[in-house]
Design a protein around this ligand. Structure first.
Ligand code: PMP
Length: 358
């Protein structure tokens, strides 16, 4: 089966097999990871190792920390304004589509949101953000580095690292898929279900000084970034099994050389698919070339009925989960780390076969 879901996404078969093999008895300790006490050594070792693997694969510096938050992307959409905004202050959001849009709607519930840059109405490009775009006294600038639904991404040159305010990023759908200098963010979060593990948990990388300076003691602990950081994610029972799966994914990535070779592979996969779309007479991708995502490729025939026919045709060829996001339409292909080049080739063959039969 070729599962191109944009999330929860395909998981490598060898990882699923390891989970199956280890489910009843983890490394001879006589119990499943599912049964481990989260503050005893067996699980604590998994937790610490997972954090260390993440720090090593992303080359996290001493000024930053890594921890696991219970809840996915939406949890962070709320936590960010709860932690870093007050009713009298303001913040800046780059509105680059669905996920940045949801995040900014949540922030509006807690303070003033200034949209400093926008790709509206069609979100086909990533706007350039300069310091002049940021509002005075802004508490932070928020961006979403890869827009899972519209298939756009901030190229490294467009990431507004030097806008003079703390930079917060949603890196959910391109974390571990391409080189990203997360040390340059004051806080970056990624829901796990694309390249790391199951849904319902996110990994956060944060600047320790930023967390300490902005610490609020009058917010619920479950929403407090500082509390996750200062307790190594254990004041509440963390999603233990999800963290174990992240551990397996990170080990696999490191065994295969880390992010650089993965990025090279992802570029090849994306190039194969974009080339097929660009040379097709019926399929097209509307995104500015320099802003195209490596991990989420969108395309359509510009005819909803024909798109639907293609989705059904692909399904009959074991190619599934390619329907576009509900408000975008067309097709969307998740090319996350678990997808192999030959699976993309199978999709391209299917597209060409469909076109030839029309
Ligand atoms: N951010 C991005 C970039 C996403 O793609 C998604 C979900 N697809 C989210 C946030 C929301 O994450 P969750 O569903 O885990 O709340």
């Amino acid at each position: 089966m070729n599962n191109f879901s944009s999330g929860p996404a395909a998981i490598n078969m060898d990882i699923l097999q390891t989970i199956r093999d280890e489910l009843l008895d983890f490394h001879g300790c006589g119990m499943s990871v599912l049964e481990m006490n989260h503050i005893e050594k067996d699980f604590f070792d998994i937790l610490s190792e997972t954090r260390e693997l993440f720090e090593s694969v992303l080359k996290i510096d001493d000024e930053h920390c890594v921890f696991f938050v219970t809840g996915g992307g939406w949890m962070n959409f709320s936590m960010i304004p709860v932690n870093f905004l007050s009713h009298s202050s303001c913040c800046d959001y780059a509105d680059t589509g669905v996920w940045a849009g949801f995040a900014l709607q949540e922030a509006k519930k807690f303070g003033n949101v200034h949209v400093c840059a926008s790709g509206a109405p069609d979100y086909l490009h990533i706007p350039t953000i300069t310091p002049e775009d940021i509002s005075p006294n802004s508490s932070y600038l928020y961006i979403c580095t890869n827009n899972t639904s519209y298939g756009t991404r901030f190229s490294p040159e467009k990431i507004p690292y030097d806008c003079g305010v703390p930079l917060i990023a949603d890196v959910t759908s391109n974390i571990l898929a391409e080189e990203l200098d997360v040390n340059r963010f004051d806080l970056a979060f990624a829901a796990a279900q694309k390249n790391m593990g199951p849904s319902g948990v996110s990994v956060v990388v944060a600047n320790k000084e930023f967390l300490e300076k902005r610490r609020k003691t009058d917010i619920p602990r479950i929403l407090s970034y500082y509390d996750y950081y200062s307790t190594n994610s254990t004041f509440s029972t963390p999603p233990t099994f999800a963290i174990y799966m992240i551990n397996l994914n990170l080990k696999r990535l490191i065994k295969n050389g880390g992010i650089a070779p993965m990025q090279a592979k992802n570029r090849k996969k994306a190039a194969l698919l974009y080339d097929a779309i660009d040379s097709s007479e019926i399929f097209s991708n509307p995104i500015s070339k320099e802003d195209r995502s490596l991990t989420n490729v969108v395309f359509s025939t510009k005819d909803a009925a024909l798109d639907e026919r293609f989705i059904r045709f692909a399904q009959s060829h074991d190619i599934v989960n390619i329907r576009g996001y509900k408000t975008v339409g067309g097709m969307r292909i998740g090319l996350y780390n678990a997808i192999e080049l030959q699976q993309v080739q199978a999709l391209v063959d299917c597209m060409q076969c469909f076109e030839a039969e029309l």
